[in-house]
Design a protein around this ligand. Sequence first.
Ligand SMILES: Cc1cc2nc3c(=O)[nH]c(=O)nc-3n(C[C@H](O)[C@H](O)[C@H](O)COP(=O)(O)OP(=O)(O)OC[C@H]3O[C@@H](n4cnc5c(N)ncnc54)[C@H](O)[C@@H]3O)c2cc1C
Ligand code: SF4
Length: 338
Amino acid sequence: MIGFQYVRANDVADALRLISADPAAKFVAGGTNLLDLMKEDVERPSRLVDISRLPLKTVEETAEGGLRIGALVPNSDLAYHPVVTRRYPMLGSAILAGASAQLRNMASTGGNLLQRTRCPYFYDTVTPCNKREPGSGCSAIGGHNRMNAILGASEACIAVHPSDMCVALAALDATVHVAGPNGTRAIAFADFHRLPGDTPQHEANLQRNEIIVAVEVPAEGFAKNYTYLKIRDRLSYAFALVSVAAALELDGGKIRQARLALGGVAHKPWRDTSAEGALIGQAPGQSTFARAADIVLHGAKGFEHNAFKVDLAHRAIVRALSQAAAGRPQSQSNKTIQ
Ligand SMILES: Cc1cc2nc3c(=O)[nH]c(=O)nc-3n(C[C@H](O)[C@H](O)[C@H](O)COP(=O)(O)OP(=O)(O)OC[C@H]3O[C@@H](n4cnc5c(N)ncnc54)[C@H](O)[C@@H]3O)c2cc1C
Ligand code: SF4
């Protein structure tokens, strides 16, 4: 473990002052990702600014009918919050598909958005990794890439974003609220995470001296017809090979609104609005859902050990949309996909 300083912020202004004072400082919230990365010598902050006691732990309904979730609301509290279980069950389902109960008790909403990839080479400091050490190369492209990306990857990096919660937030069209030295700003969820391009070390469109203060979801929660389907190597305590957040609004036998986002396939939660558009106005059914999956996976490209994910994702999309349409939201990730 490296040596570092530790300071605790009293309020958001104090946190911003402390982070700005030291270019090698980092915020720590639940610490479930950052401390592991420090132990592995992947992250080497000179100072940890502890934000875990800031007053950002409330979940509040907004005047517009949405929900504003403080950045420090623990994942468990959010998943079991009565408004989430009643109005946004896809969000709760996605959170509960991730990690373990103990981790979810510690993990914060903001930290979940900024958790880093689980690409094994990122953690292995003796192998080249452009994300860990820009310009050193990508060991995953010709190496063990079972968990890596099939969409939106670059020649510099084929890592995926590992969050489950973020896939549901992408489908729900969330907004991220941040504060920085120049005031506050709101970032559409689709613009928050980045594709790797030639700068895979930057995962989010957030400055290092900005803090996430809240995440907001709009009024429509798709509580009736939704699914979060997570396919993984073990039923619990494993990251997604592929996950799908699917939500529909049905009206008179037709799809009136559709949301579709994938996890485990790209450097960011992968929402596809063209596939959503192709579902609107159609009758729900296998052929309609297969066409949407074709659109999502049009540019998909597998590597030596993960090419199976293209077909897996296709089947998972069809299945998640079918479950959503039937009002059977439960994840059945431990069973064979039909
Ligand atoms: C064994 C294991 C299994 C896991 N399985 C899953 C899984 O299946 N699915 C899943 O989705 N997740 C999984 N996780 C990841 C877990 O969800 C994340 O570690 C957690 O959400 C991170 O939140 P945290 O508050 O602990 O973040 P921290 O570790 O405290 O911080 C993570 C990063 O976010 C930054 N940060 C934190 N809060 C803020 C803020 N408000 N503003 C700006 N920057 C901030 C920190 O500086 C740091 O860079 C797993 C983790 C472990 C250890
Ligand atoms: S995929 Fe990205 S994180 Fe993994 S080795 Fe390549 S550059 Fe590093």
